[in-house]
Design a protein around this ligand. Structure first.
Ligand SMILES: [Zn+2]
Length: 219
């Protein structure tokens, strides 16, 4: 068998991220375990890579008390990272960031807006009359950061709209701390998740059917 080709992520620029390896990470993961949000099997990720593990945040966030607690924890970390001057709003990409973004905003006592991907152009946009004031401080919130791609897009949308974006945060960082989103970033739990190119996937080699998480009934 060929050696497994694991994905390498480019190391982040110095000072551009915080990768907390702290007791809190264990508590977060055990919460995912308890709520059936930590799935094991053979999954095709959004990136096209295959993985034996998947974190389905929606399963944790279906419990409002867990969503509220995670939002409060993330809000505290974002407040530290964003520094002085006060956070004016929270923004998140729909659909994944909606619940946790809303809970972070609740904990911070600020408003919450979201971006959507335009069906025609594929670009992230602010719709529904959402706007930001020039110089307003916005923090970006996501459920999971994998490559940081969609987070980066939202940061750009906010900056184009005139906001400052001093910080970003997610419940889970699947990149092992490597993903860059264009602003300092925190996560409640930082993980390094195994992922394979499909042509080098040992689970495919075993003939196990691959599942796209989120589209499977019950997952
Ligand atoms: Zn596979």
């Amino acid at each position: 068998m060929r050696p497994n080709r694991k994905i390498r992520l480019t190391p982040p620029a110095r000072g551009w991220y915080i990768a907390p390896v702290e007791p809190q990470s264990d508590a977060i993961l055990s919460l995912f375990e308890q709520t059936g949000a930590y799935l094991r099997g053979h999954f095709r990720l959004t990136s096209g890579l295959h993985s034996p593990e998947y974190l389905q945040c929606a399963r944790v966030l279906q419990h409002p008390r867990h969503a509220e607690a995670l939002g409060a924890a993330l809000a505290a970390r974002l407040r530290e990272l964003a520094g002085t001057g006060g956070i004016g709003l929270v923004a998140a990409p729909a659909l994944g960031g909606l619940i946790i973004g809303h809970e972070v905003a609740r904990a911070l006592g600020v408003r919450f807006i979201f971006t959507e991907r335009d069906a025609a152009t594929g670009k992230m946009t602010l719709r529904r009359g959402f706007s930001v004031a020039a110089g307003e401080k916005a923090v970006l919130v996501e459920d999971v950061v994998t490559t940081g791609g969609s987070s980066r897009e939202v940061v750009e949308v906010l900056r184009d709209a005139g906001a400052e974006v001093p910080a970003a945060g997610s419940i889970i960082d699947r990149s092992g701390g490597a993903a860059e989103v264009g602003t300092p970033r925190v996560a409640l739990a930082t993980l390094r998740v195994t992922a394979y190119q499909p042509d080098a996937c040992p689970l495919c080699a075993q003939g196990l059917p691959v599942v796209k998480p989120g589209s499977r009934p019950g997952a």
